[in-house]
Design a protein. Structure first.
Lengths: 236, 287
């Protein structure tokens, strides 16, 4: 049953509660995506203001996580959701944890960028890091779209893409290490860039988790830690 | 043991086959309706109240020492189906039961089957506690007395105590065994009725919404009791509380308009049902 509907309950109040949870999740997703986008723009434009803006908005995302957790807890207590409703609540509760961590990683990137800008370090690695960032941003954005549209097909494709992000990160990190060996004086700045790259790679992992929750929500199967090819053959 | 008989009917009159009016498109039952070690097996059961068909081709096994929950909206036929399992529907003149219902492989609708003895093997607990207007002791002792299960008073005393202990009631009533059963609280009365059922040493216990008239604490005690009883009995429970079905049963069967729509592992039914009607019912989407 892939055609999930959350607005057909006998209780209209329950419909509204589930609708609110979904809307707030998507709003939080949009905010987190924006945080990463601004962090990457800060990298591209070397903008301290944008980095500061990312840091200033971190608390709002934390508050949204707490608010959504409360909404889900109240629905469980009052409605005892079952089947797709239960899976929705579980998927939301798990997704917001990942979204909050993505928000934290975006803040971490903003912090590092501020430090890098204070070092006045110029390097072609900024462009490479931006490429990785754009790739991660694209996957995060698509993951949130898949969640919004309950699109398990797109979600499973995105789970596969995480391997590309991991490979890209490893390649970039290798280049950074080579540069550290060549120019030890740049080690501090290069380590900052490496940490940024690692944060982006972690964001890719969180986006993948969100896709896995989307598949759980739509298909009712927990595919975590399973071989993705086997999952595709069995479920899709 | 009786050989499996062909299709039997509860009332053997020769009424014409009633016309069936299908309101929902019929699909075959989703999920495994069979069990490896079935205590009760039903196959192609149809039940009619006069010309009105209440149950359509229901095939379902109940596993030994299993709790199976029958759920579904009002009028879906779950209670009618439950009542078929110990021939309670025999008491309704216009009711006809077709199909096979086997208890340990024996057709319970065979002519040789004494319904009274059947009901001793397949006991029943009803929605509303219905103790006899007798003492607590006599309520429990009534069945063993009429079935001649004990030889003397001492044996009967032991049997009554054992049934009350199993029903989780003994400690609460041991000092007033000869007080009236109707003087107990609703939850205690229901456990007394369960003790009365257990006292005749049944193999299967049918429960028709056993906790619907009870408060949450009494309900929790009944549910705990069901978990305990499962070790020794096979239990079929009809309930309107989906949370109760989820808590007490290992398998769940969903009925809709007289048809068995889906049956399966309770954990799966409540997290990922396969049939859209099951999904709609357990998520509260029927208006």
């Amino acid at each position: 049953m892939d055609n999930l509907e959350f607005d057909q309950h006998t209780s209209k109040e329950y419909n509204n509660e589930l609708e609110d949870v979904r809307n707030h999740l998507l709003k939080m997703g949009g905010m987190v995506e924006n945080q990463l986008r601004k962090a990457m723009l800060s990298l591209k434009d070397r903008s301290v203001e944008l980095a500061n803006d990312v840091l200033a908005k971190g608390d709002i995302i934390d508050d949204m996580e707490i608010k959504l957790d409360g909404e889900c807890t109240r629905i469980i207590a009052k409605r005892q959701p079952a089947a797709s409703d239960l899976r929705l609540i579980i998927a939301v509760m798990k997704s917001i944890t990942d979204l909050e961590r993505i928000g934290d990683q975006a803040e971490k990137i903003a912090h590092i960028l501020k430090d890098l800008m204070s070092l006045d370090y110029q390097s072609p690695f900024y462009v490479e890091l931006d490429h990785l960032g754009q790739k991660v941003l694209g996957v995060l954005s698509a993951s949130l779209n898949a969640l919004a549209r309950l699109d398990a097909d797109q979600a499973v494709e995105l789970v596969e893409k995480d391997q590309l992000i991991n490979a890209h990160f490893l390649e970039l990190n290798d280049h950074l290490i080579e540069q550290m060996v060549r120019a030890p004086i740049e080690v501090k700045a290069l380590l900052h860039l490496s940490h940024c790259a690692k944060s982006l790679e972690r964001i890719g992992d969180h986006a993948k988790n969100i896709c896995e929750y989307t598949i759980y929500l739509v298909k009712g199967k927990d595919i975590r830690h399973k071989d993705i090819q086997a999952v595709k053959e069995k479920l899709f | 043991m009786n050989m499996i008989a062909d299709t039997m009917t509860a009332n053997m009159d020769n009424k014409p086959e009633p016309q069936v009016n299908l309101d929902i498109e019929y699909t075959e039952t989703v999920g495994a309706y069979t069990c490896d070690d079935a205590k009760i097996s039903t196959r192609d059961v149809n039940v009619f109240y006069d010309t009105n068909q209440a149950i359509h081709d229901v095939s379902l096994d109940v596993g030994r020492n299993e709790v199976i929950a029958l759920i579904g909206p009002s009028g879906c036929g779950k209670s009618t189906f439950l009542r078929c399992l110990n021939r309670m529907n025999d008491t309704i003149d216009i009711c006809r039961v077709q199909g096979k219902i086997l208890l340990d492989g024996e057709n319970i609708y065979s002519k040789k089957q004494d319904p009274v003895l059947l009901r001793a093997r397949v006991g029943m607990v009803f929605q509303k506690p219905n103790p006899f207007p007798k003492s607590i002791y006599d309520n429990v002792a009534y069945g063993p007395r009429i079935h001649g299960l004990t030889k003397n008073k001492a044996e009967l005393d032991d049997l009554v105590e054992d049934a009350l202990v199993k029903a989780g009631l003994f400690d609460e009533v041991k000092d007033r065994l000869h007080g009236p059963g109707t003087g107990l609280s609703g939850g205690q009365q229901q456990r007394l009725c369960i003790a009365r059922t257990i006292a005749v040493q049944p193999e299967v216990i049918l429960m028709d919404e056993p906790a619907s008239a009870l408060d949450p604490i009494a309900t929790a005690k009944i549910e705990e009791l069901i978990n305990e009883l499962r070790k020794n009995y096979t239990i079929v429970i009809v309930t309107h509380s989906m949370q109760q079905a989820a808590r007490v049963s290992q398998r769940t069967a969903y009925f809709h308009m007289g048809r068995l729509i889906e049956v399966g592992d309770t954990n799966k039914i409540f997290t990922n049902p396969k049939h859209e009607l099951t999904e709609k019912y357990i998520t509260g989407r029927f208006g």
